[in-house]
Design a protein around this ligand. Structure first.
Ligand code: C2E
Ligand code: CA
Ligand code: CA
Length: 523
């Protein structure tokens, strides 16, 4: 017995079915993780900016209120400055300036000093009525960042407020450090105040995404870099939720694919077994020459009776054989069965034997060889073999097919187009291909309602066949009325239950004996 080993392509199907949900899950959860990190960064930036704007609002309000103290001696206003500096949250110092020189401050009283010296940074370009700058440190507190808010009046006086950067640093730490963010905030393009020491080169490479944003009201810019580990962590969390579902789907896909493959391969196996165990046979449906009323030949129709006695409909097993790539072996089997039956037949020379040929077989390299072999195997009957092709089989590889048909026709084989009018064949095929008969589908014959009525499509097909010098075979004749109609419209051959049903080989021989043919010969 053949070992149960799955063919390679089936294993590939199973692997694909199993991996697909898992890979899709990995891909989409990764995208989601990246988006989650991006959303998180965006939210953090929005919260920090709003706080920075709030501090800026306070600072500008204070510098505005200080404007009224300008031009007054320091000793008169110092206590007010000290009170403001001490009582307003976030502030390191506030002060008054004249010509960019601090002459009164809440931190150093009336000691004078240049503003640039106090902020340890060159001043922004002159002429601006207000400016703000983040600083690495100030003269008084050199190692802690700060932000200065400076308001200049037209009379060369000015007021300023210095906010301690520690508030911002703490805020950035609270909101971002547990997520591993590296956050920097800049006021007026100054020193970047960061929540942690600057990123090392290695960390720079590891960060996945830097999000930058700015305030619409003030010159504040914020940048948030998230390390790759943050995305990985978020990915892991989302995966924990979705992976079980993907695993279930994967198992389901594998099960469905497996059963589909089993059904597929089992149909193929069943066809093979059916051939090996002789479950197939051929029935022959007589075809009548209308004019003379004589038997002209038969159409071979395959039959499949399973070992349990049930019959499988030909349209079903033929379609399955075509889908499973089994139609060529099945047709070869059919040809062998016909040859075996023909060995005991007694029919006159020129007896027509119609064979249904599937598109795949017609396009097969060995098609001509197969038909020649069959023709030789029944040569003792001197029959005329008619190949019944559907319109579909002429569509692809037209030139090669036409060449094969021409070759076989030159050796005496005839060609019929089966089920004419039901396919999607262009009429030009009728001129391009070497043909002998058109077989009109039984659906058109079924449309005949009275012997002298009009059946436009049927009539047109018959006229078309006559114009192309093709003989017409009408299928599915069930009533005398249909026969009468077709006879009066110049149809050459008929086939149908009215004349005879498909018969087994032995029944056909008995039928021929019991139905003496009018005239002496069949033709
Ligand atoms: P088809 O080639 O059009 O064959 C004619 C079908 O019409 C046959 O059905 C036949 O039994 C049926 N038929 C004949 N006279 C009448 C009638 O008066 N009334 C009605 N209602 N039906 C009638 P069957 O044998 O069931 O075959 C069905 C189809 O299966 C065939 O249609 C053909 O396409 C395919 N087939 C059958 N045997 C073979 C074969 O050996 N090879 C290939 N490739 N196809 C085959
Ligand atoms: Ca046919
Ligand atoms: Ca047909």
């Amino acid at each position: 017995m053949q070992a149960f080993v799955k063919p390679n392509h089936e294993r590939i199907w199973l692997v694909v079915a199993g991996l697909l949900p898992l890979l899709l899950c990995l891909f989409f959860t990764f995208i989601e993780a990246r988006q989650t990190v991006a959303r998180q960064q965006e939210m953090t930036a929005a919260a920090l900016l709003s706080q920075a704007e709030h501090i800026s609002d306070l600072a500008w309000d204070v510098t505005d209120s200080l404007k009224t103290l300008g031009n007054r001696p320091c000793k008169d206003v110092l206590s007010q400055l000290q009170k403001l500096g001490a009582l307003t949250p976030y502030f390191r110092s506030v002060g008054l300036t004249l010509d960019n020189t601090v002459y009164c401050s809440s931190a150093f009283g009336s000691s004078r000093g240049r503003v640039a010296g106090m902020i340890r940074h060159p001043l922004p370009s002159s002429g601006q009525s207000w400016w703000t700058l983040s600083l690495a440190g100030t003269f008084g507190v050199q190692d802690r960042p700060a932000v200065i808010f400076m308001r200049q009046a037209s009379d060369r006086t000015g007021s300023y407020a210095v906010v301690d950067g520690q508030y911002l640093i703490d805020l950035m730490r609270v909101t971002g450090l547990n997520l591993g963010y590296h956050i920097t905030m800049q006021f007026g393009g100054g020193y970047p105040i960061a929540n942690a020491a600057s990123l090392s080169h290695q960390q720079e490479n590891w960060k996945t995404r830097t999000f930058t944003s700015g305030s619409s009201d003030y010159p504040i810019a914020i940048s948030i870099s998230a390390p790759r580990t943050e995305t990985l962590q978020s990915w892991r969390q989302i995966l924990l939720t979705f992976m079980p579902m993907a695993v279930i789907l994967s198992v389901l896909f594998v099960a469905v694919t497996n059963s589909w493959l089993r059904r597929r391969s089992s149909y193929r196996d069943e066809l093979r077994r059916g051939m090996a165990f002789g479950e197939f046979s051929v029935h022959y449906q007589p075809i009548c020459h209308l004019e003379s009323g004589r038997l002209a030949g038969v159409e071979a129709l395959m039959r499949w009776q399973r070992s349990d006695g049930s019959w499988v409909r030909p349209d079903i097993f033929i379609a399955a054989a075509e889908a499973e790539g089994m139609i060529v072996p099945l047709t070869r089997h059919l040809l062998q069965l016909i040859a075996r039956d023909c060995a005991s037949w007694k029919v006159p020379a020129g007896f027509h034997i119609g064979i249904n040929v599937a598109a795949d077989h017609l396009q097969h390299d060995d098609f001509v060889k197969d038909i020649r072999g069959f023709s030789q195997s029944i040569a003792h009957l001197q029959p005329i073999i008619t190949l019944e092709l559907t319109e579909r089989s002429l569509i692809s590889e037209g030139d090669r097919v036409a060449h094969k048909l021409a070759e076989l026709r030159s050796e005496g084989t005839l060609v019929a187009i089966d089920d004419f009018g039901t396919g999607h064949c262009s009429l030009t095929y009728l001129q391009t291909f070497p043909l002998d008969y058109l077989k009109i589908d039984k659906s058109f014959v079924g449309a005949i309602e009275s012997a002298y009525g009009e059946t436009p499509i049927l009539d047109t097909i018959i006229q078309l066949a006559h114009k192309l010098a093709l003989q017409v075979v009408a299928e599915g004749i069930e009533t005398p009325l249909q026969m009468k109609y077709l006879k009066s419209h110049g149809v050459t051959f008929i086939q149908g239950y009215y004349y005879a049903r498909p018969l087994s080989s032995a029944a056909l021989m008995a039928w021929i004996e019991q139905n003496p043919q009018p005239g002496t010969s069949l033709f």
